[in-house]
Design a protein around this ligand. Structure first.
Ligand code: ATR
Length: 262
């Protein structure tokens, strides 16, 4: 029940109708007996700065969740940024500290790793093939690098975005083996971080027959829950991990971040 001690978490998005996180997080709070409420807020890009400025003075605000199209603009409105946000120049969560200052972090990639861990899949010392070089792939790549994978191989349709992501990774993680392309069969984990699979007639993002017979196949797409890639992997007898599991990991990372004092 909402009362005078309820902590507020705002979700800033535009549009807001597709959001899944408010419902999922509110259900998690009810289950845990946490007195907090998550409220979706439809904020146009031109209003984001005044929206965040106004929230700085709200004493019972735990923080904000920021999603499309605000992730990069919101990073510039924070007072301090965590390491993932600094590397990406984007945030998906902002914590209001007791002094009213705002700390932003990008937990998309760490949530991905946490979702894997919750299902018993450690990424440490694994050789990972990451397909895609957009915003989601970039967040995942940096989280994998921070989580001490043995090697990271990148592949993408557009070579310029691919080269740019590899370069940024090498700058931030000089000790990590970052490769572009190669033999997909030499990897322990294959991750689709492209948008291929959203539409039912999309081609598979990777060649399924080339994947090692014990590799974990991961898709970040949440809708449909079982993509053509995951179906094909299952048909080959490979272990799989879904985008929905990634969402669960992200939500628990967000709660941990917002309830931490900075
Ligand atoms: P997101 O924020 O979801 O990552 P994005 O930044 O637009 O979205 O990235 C989409 C990713 O899917 C990119 O890696 C994109 O490849 P390009 O960099 O070549 O655009 C990939 N992608 C989208 N449509 C694709 C298609 N038809 N074939 C192959 N890759 C595709």
């Amino acid at each position: 029940m909402i009362n005078a001690t309820t902590r507020l978490i705002a979700v800033a998005a535009y549009p807001v109708h597709h959001l899944r996180s408010p419902q999922a997080l509110n259900a998690m709070f009810v289950q845990a007996g946490t007195n907090a409420v998550v409220v979706p807020c439809e904020v146009r890009p031109e209003d984001l700065a005044s929206f965040i400025y106004g929230l700085r003075g709200v004493g019972n605000l735990s923080g904000l969740i920021v999603t499309v199209p605000h992730k990069a603009a919101a990073a510039a409105l924070c007072d301090q940024l965590g390491p993932q946000a600094q590397a990406a120049g984007a945030v998906n969560v902002i914590r209001r500290e007791v002094d009213g200052s705002l700390t932003g972090e990008l937990l998309d990639g760490l949530g991905f790793v946490a979702g894997l861990a919750a299902h018993g899949h450690s990424v440490q010392d694994r050789r990972v093939w990451l397909q895609g070089a957009g915003g989601a792939a970039s967040a995942i790549a940096f989280a994998l690098a921070q989580s001490k994978v043995a090697a990271l191989t990148l592949m993408n349709r557009s070579p310029d975005k691919l080269a740019a992501l590899a370069e940024r990774l090498r700058v931030h993680h000089p000790q990590l083996r970052v490769e572009i392309g190669g033999e997909i069969g030499a990897h322990d984990m294959v991750v689709n971080a492209t948008s291929l699979g959203l539409k039912f007639d999309d081609p598979l993002p990777v060649e399924i027959t080339a994947i090692a017979s014990d590799a974990l196949v991961v898709d970040i797409i949440m809708e449909p829950a079982e993509t053509a890639l995951l179906r094909a992997a299952k048909a080959r007898g490979l272990p799989t991990h879904t985008g929905r599991a990634m969402l669960d990991g992200q939500l628990s990372e967000i709660i941990t971040f917002l309830t931490k004092t900075g």
